[in-house]
Design a protein. Structure first.
Length: 108
């Protein structure tokens, strides 16, 4: 697995970050609006947003005094294309796939 994909899948591994991405599917959101449904501090949500930004999954920009988050679907597309490659081989042996991921992650 290439480094950008490592970063993307690491970002997607956290359920809070996946929920944030799902929220941003609807529209761009202010950071405070992103944080609202979560029972954690704004600082904790900001850390999740930093991971998503580093992975290229979202972008952030300041509009006036408000920081906005926007979904960047191209990074998701790269991960999706990688995973679709497994669909070309017929049914995927999930145990073998998990073992493959374990080996790849252990190489770090």
């Amino acid at each position: 697995m290439t480094q950008p994909l490592d970063i993307i899948f690491a970002a997607l591994a956290d359920p809070t970050r996946r929920n944030i991405l799902a929220m941003l599917l609807e529209d761009d959101m202010a950071v405070t609006d992103v944080a609202e449904p979560f029972e954690m501090s704004l600082a904790a949500v900001s850390k999740h947003l930093t991971v998503l930004t580093a992975a290229g999954l979202i972008s952030q920009e300041k509009r006036g005094r408000v920081k906005w988050c926007k979904l960047e679907p191209d990074a998701l597309r790269e991960a999706s294309v990688w995973m679709q490659g497994f669909g070309q081989m017929g049914s995927v042996d999930l145990d073998a796939f998990e073992a493959f991921l374990d080996r790849e992650l252990d190489q770090d």
